[in-house]
Each structure stands twice: as C-alpha cells, then as structure tokens.
Design a binder for this molecule. Sequence first.
Ligand SMILES: Cc1ncc(COP(=O)(O)O)c(C=O)c1O
Length: 360
Amino acid sequence: MKTVLLNPGPVNVSPRVREALAGPDLCHREPEFFDLQDGIRQRLLQAFRAPAGEYTSVLLTGSGTAMVEAMTSSAVPEGGRLLVVQNGVYGERIARIARVHGIAHDVLECSPMERPPLDALATRLARTRYDALAIVHHETTTGLLNDLAPVAALCRRNGTRVLVDAVSALAGESFDFTALAPDAVACTANKCVQGLPGLSFALVRREFMDAMRGYPERTLYLHLPRHHADQEKRSTPFTPAVQVAYALRAALDELVDETVEGRVARYRRASAIVRDGVAALGLDLLLPPALRSTTLTAIALPRQLGYPALHDALKRDGFVIYAGQGPLAATLFRVATMGAVREDDYRRFVRCLGVAIGRA
Ligand SMILES: Cc1ncc(COP(=O)(O)O)c(C=O)c1O
C-alpha cells in the first residue's frame, strides 16, 4: 500500500520527480551540472514570477534550516541589528540562529495563536534602527499564515530589510514578489515545490545580494554571497546534491506547468476536504479560518485518544499524520495538504480518521 504523507514535508512526489533521481552519474565540475544548476535557478524565478531584473536565485545543499541560517547569518551588516518576529517554533529558530552567529537582535514575541500586532511592530521599528526583520510566512507549528503585506510595508517605511522563512509556504500559498518586494526569501525543495529533501534555495533582491558581499562572513559553508558568486560564474563552492538537483529540476518543470496559482488552488481543495471532514467528525480546529494557511491544519486530539494511538491506527491505513510541537504536542495533531496526493486520498483519510476515533 502506498503511504500518503500528511506530514509537512518531505512530501509525496510524482513518478516523474522520483525517476529523475536515477539520472546519469555526474561530476559537479562538468558543464552538464552547471546547465542543470542554471536551469533550476532560472526556473525558480520563472515559477514564482520574481522579476528577473530585480531578483536572483541561489541554491544550497542542505535542508530548509540550512537556507534560513545562510540567509539570516549573511543578511546583517557589521554592527547591525536584526528584529525577529516570533509566533511559533520556526520564528524561535531564527532567533537561535542569530544568537549562534553573535548577531545583535531583538525578538518581537507574540502568541502562537495570533499574527504579530502591527502597532507593537511599528513602535519597535520606530524606536530602534533595525537593518533587517525576519519573519516566518507560514508557521508550521500551528498552521498560522502570517500576513506579510503590512509587515513589509512597515519595514519599507523604516528602511528595514525583509527576510522571509517561506520554507513551508512558497508554492503552496500566494506570494507576490512584485507587491511584497521582500529582500530575501528562503525555501526548500521538498515541501510545496514537490521535490526531494537535500536542497534548499533563496530568491534574493540583486541589489541586496551585492550589499551582502560587504557584510561579515560569519560562516564558511553558509555564506550566501559565496554560493551566489560561484553560481553566477557557472561554478559551485562545494559538492552539491547532484541527484536531488535532477529531481528538483523535474519538480520545477511540473510547477511551471501547473503554475503556483494552480497548485495553491489544488492545495486549497485538499485542505477544504480535510477541514470539512474533520468538522463533520466533531473535532475542533486550532485556528479560526482567517488565520489558517492552505497547507496545514492543526486539529485538537479527541479526548479519549492519545497521539501515538491515533498515529499508529492511521499509519496502518497508509497515512502519516504529524504530532503537535512543543507545548502543543499533548493536545494537537497536524495534517499537511502538500505534495502529489489525490483528492480521493484525502477523502479516504477522513473516513479512516472517523474509524480511528470511533465516529465513523
Ligand atoms: C517554516 C519552516 N521553517 C523552517 C523549517 C525547517 O526546515 P528543514 O526541516 O527542512 O530544515 C521548517 C520545517 O518544517 C518549516 O516549516
């Protein structure tokens, strides 16, 4: 039986993406690899409609955290200061990255059940000069989608760069590069992009990439301008995950064909099946509709059933659900609607969930 992954990545991929892994053995110093790298970088700009004159793309071997760390540690000038918006585990991780790299920073800590209060943010930005602000687009902790537009507008007014962790959002949620004009956006291959784990990427304003070249080099491997400068010269500083790159190119071809709008609409249909089905079973959703992402639904565990028993029952039926994180672990489970999964599979999941909780 095929396992349907309802965890928020790595996701089920299409046969075409999986088969691409079996491409030819390839030395990463040969022109064939640089054609592959160039193709991926160009398709990223194309798929996300990031204006090519203003944005550039950069690839990195490593999971989403590697790119979030590369972006954050490269983005603050000598003596500069970062503001981290934290309303979940991944915002907290960005603050940890800043700490590890000795970057002066403050944290705007908000409830994981709310979007950051804009008045508090405006006050912070007006009182203190921040070179950059980092925010998570979709907090996978709860399934909360932060509203980037007013945050980006406040930052623009204060001359503060905007860094976005869009690891669990890009390709699964609407993201308008022209309207938002973010400075850097980090993402991974193996969530809504529907590639395989091992590669991450960022879309960065060209002018910001140039500015970062003058900032301190806080890490050897994760210094973003190093990767970018080499990739611009059809080179690479280190050994990349070549076969995962074959799969990413295939995934991006599929994304360009489906379009981001088409994929968001498909994920929206999937999350509606899950949410309507769960509500009909009498289970509560953690967040009110206005705060929910398209790509993940956090659901209260039924009182009589702990997470391990629910997980194991559904796994026997071919579905992998995901536990709550941190303090939410005891009360929640999560269902992602990302990846190459058919609507019928989500319908069957709802039926199996009903049986597992004794409400079928
Ligand atoms: C919003 C967000 N940021 C960062 C990460 C970390 O990505 P990875 O596990 O690929 O390092 C995740 C993973 O789920 C995430 O959801």
